[in-house]
Design a protein around this ligand. Structure first.
Ligand code: ADP
Length: 415
């Protein structure tokens, strides 16, 4: 990895490295960002080489490929060699050096889960930014420390390379006070205890993409369901977030792979009365609940769909019921629905889950799934007669990070 920013060639665009450091994996992707006056923002991100390390501390595996898709490496490592994120990042840097040799990045864009109340947009990282993001760790204990570890690792290796933080919360800066309030004493709201929402990079990508494929719908009232390991909904008006199901933390709203989603706060008090401490409650709510806890089988939707136990069926029923229920809730804030979009691992790929959710919404909103289009994961999965069109669109959070990073890099080079 070069310690010097590469010279920008405007006709060739900027090379940007996107880093997405999760709780057990680190993913790196190279993008070339070029001018394209036809799209919003005037820039387009083209995916190049990439690599990821998964199973950190459990069963480490490194996979990396060149821009043309050619595999550089696919190798399992002993746990002792990749026991933590620092070790993982060192290893990934070695591997990616191959893919980056000819095109050193001009900047690095990081996915950072929590931007707190102050960051309504991506930001160039300096010491002050790192301190502020560090202070937000208790609000995103599963993600924020790993995001920051990646930022620090790059700073150590390449102190002059511009780094940009792109936040999952930023897209929701447009939600109003009613969508942000908890009914606690108002001083809590003033202290930043409010709904921020997450998955914003995914929603921003979907919002832009929908403006290209269905501009009339995109200008209206749209609900987007991001259903991956984490899951949330976003209500948009004219492409801007007006409400979302996640809150102060990424625990609220829908049940997820291992997270509980919305929960009566009294349950947490009951756990405390039973003697469970903070760490035990955190582990239960973040790691052992959701689809995994309900089914006792798995957090993985593919495994649940393939399992015929009553518990697996109950977990799927509850999951789809809650998604439909929360869509109804968001529809109140929007004053109706003009379009529904499914995205992320489950939303993009699982026809049965989309069908079950839409079936529950049919009596209220007149949505109807087209079985054939749905089974084929087409972009448009509802019938012609459906009063509300339903879409399944592949999201691209990393492409969105590349665009923000290139934009801030240009602003920095201009000034
Ligand atoms: P993350 O939130 O970690 O980025 P993803 O967006 O990749 O996760 O989503 C992971 C989820 O998507 C898993 O529950 C996985 O089972 C599910 N998934 C992926 N492909 C399919 C499929 N064909 N059918 C059902 N579920 C799927």
């Amino acid at each position: 990895m070069s310690t010097q920013p590469a010279h920008p060639h405007h006709d060739e665009g900027h090379v940007v490295l996107v880093v997405n450091a999760g709780s057990s994996s680190i993913k790196c992707s190279v993008y070339r960002v070029i001018d394209d006056p036809k799209v919003e923002g005037g820039m387009r991100a083209i995916h190049g080489a990439g690599g990821q390390i998964e199973g950190i501390g459990v069963a480490p595996r490194v996979v990396a490929h060149m821009a043309d898709g050619k595999l550089i490496v696919d190798e399992h490592f002993p746990v002792a060699q990749v026991a933590d994120h620092d070790a993982a990042f060192r290893l990934l840097r070695l591997v990616l050096a191959v893919g980056l040799r000819e095109t050193p990045p001009a900047a690095i864009g990081h996915r950072v889960v929590h931007g707190g109340p102050h960051y309504a947009d991506a930001v160039l990282i300096d010491d002050k930014v790192i301190d502020e993001l560090n202070a937000l760790t208790p609000l995103a204990p599963l993600h924020q420390p790993h995001n920051l570890a990646a930022i620090r690792a790059v700073r150590e290796a390449a102190p002059d390379l511009p780094q940009v933080a792109c936040f999952d919360t930023a897209f929701h800066a447009t939600t109003g006070v009613l969508a942000q309030l908890f009914a606690l004493p108002y001083s809590y709201f003033a202290d930043g205890i409010r709904r921020y929402g997450f998955h914003g990079l995914s929603y921003e990508y979907i919002s832009r993409h929908l403006h290209l494929v269905a501009p009339d719908i995109a200008r209206g009232r749209v609900i987007v369901a991001h259903l991956g390991n984490g899951a949330s909904l976003c209500a948009m008006k004219n492409g801007k977030s007006v409400e979302t199901t996640m809150g102060l933390t990424a625990l609220d709203g829908l049940p997820m792979g291992t997270r509980c989603g919305a929960l009566d706060a009294g349950v947490v008090l009951w756990m405390m009365e039973r003697g469970m401490d903070h760490d035990a409650i955190e582990k239960l709510l973040y790691h052992d609940s959701g689809l995994k806890g309900l089914s006792g089988v798995s957090s993985d939707m593919r495994e649940l769909l393939a399992n015929d136990s009553e518990q697996a069926k109950l977990a799927i029923d509850f999951y789809t019921y809650r998604i439909a229920q929360e869509i109804g809730k968001l529809a109140v804030g929007l004053g109706g629905i003009d379009g529904l979009v499914f995205t992320a691992g489950i939303g993009e790929n699982s026809a049965p889950i989309r069908a079950k959710v839409v079936e529950r919404l049919k009596p209220l909103f007149g949505m109807e799934i087209d079985a054939e289009a749905n089974a084929a994961n087409h972009d448009h999965v509802s019938t012609r007669e459906s009063r509300v069109p339903v879409f399944a669109i592949r999201t691209d959070e990393e492409g969105m990070i590349a665009l923000h990073t290139a934009r801030l890099l240009r602003e920095m080079l201009k000034s």
